[in-house]
Design a protein around this ligand. Structure first.
Ligand code: F6R
Length: 244
């Protein structure tokens, strides 16, 4: 695992954009696995800036998002499709038909999960998967549990995640109770993984995930077994880790 320590959120975002830019230059038709949440917003902002200056092109790239709430249509401002449009897709030269987000409105959700997994396979897998980390160690919406969840599946969100995500809604009651998420196996199959963490509130979980035991109770800890993980974190998020 490579660990890149940055002084703050802005530097973390620039370094993450550097790695994504390198991926796009090396393989313009690459498949990028994308995340939502607060953490990657600065990275997307930086990618948009570079794309608008003509330094970066997404015209051949494809993207697959990690997850989506159940029951929120794409035009709902809290849906992850909407988030991706507003933070990245609407501002760069990516083709809408090359961007994929799980369908949280599907009538048959288990079937839609299988189809999403088949879609990733048909794209020949993910070249670079971007991840954030939840306070409880979740990646995507893979919540702490007794086993590592495998492929794309339907999940009941934990109370802690509902509470954490309530900041984006007018009340916790509005936070959907279910989501569709890529599974741990879907994530682990990505050729490269880039996990971002920022701020003191992530310090404890970053230490547990990357320096503690590998256990489904801390889903992100499985990343210790992946051969090509880069953790980019700011000083606050790394403050509990003993790094030389
Ligand atoms: C988002 C996702 C989540 C977030 C995690 C951290 O697509 O899958 O796992 O990465 O909840 O969220 P933030 O970045 O808001 O702290």
């Amino acid at each position: 695992m490579d660990i890149i320590r940055t002084s703050d959120y802005e530097e973390m975002s620039r370094k993450a954009a550097d790695l994504m830019e390198a991926q796009l230059r090396e393989k313009p038709d690459c498949v990028l696995g994308l995340a939502t949440g607060s953490t990657p917003v600065g990275t997307y902002r930086e990618l948009v800036r570079r794309a608008r200056e003509g330094l970066l092109h997404f015209s051949k790239a494809k993207t697959v998002n990690l997850d989506e709430y159940v029951g929120l249509p794409p035009e709902n401002e809290q849906s992850y499709r909407y988030f991706m449009q507003k933070n990245l897709f609407d501002w760069v030269d990516i083709k809408r038909e090359n961007t994929f987000v799980p369908d949280g409105m599907a009538k048959d959700l288990p079937k839609a999960c299988g189809e999403y997994e088949a879609l990733i396979r048909s794209l020949k897998g993910i070249d670079l998967q971007l991840l954030g980390i939840g306070h409880n160690g979740h990646i995507g919406f893979n919540e702490p549990g007794e086993v590592f969840e495998k492929e794309t599946h339907l999940v009941n969100l934990s109370e802690r995640t509902i509470k954490a995500n309530a900041r984006f809604f007018s009340s916790p009651d509005e936070v959907p109770r279910q989501a569709v998420t890529m599974g741990i196996l879907s994530i682990m199959r990505a050729r490269k993984i880039l996990l971002l963490a920022s701020g003191a509130q992530k310090a404890k979980i970053v230490k547990e995930a990357f320096f503690g035991p590998i256990t489904p109770k801390v889903p992100a800890s499985v990343l210790q077994l992946h051969p090509a993980v880069t953790l980019i974190a700011d000083a606050e998020a790394l403050k509990e880790c003993d790094l030389v």
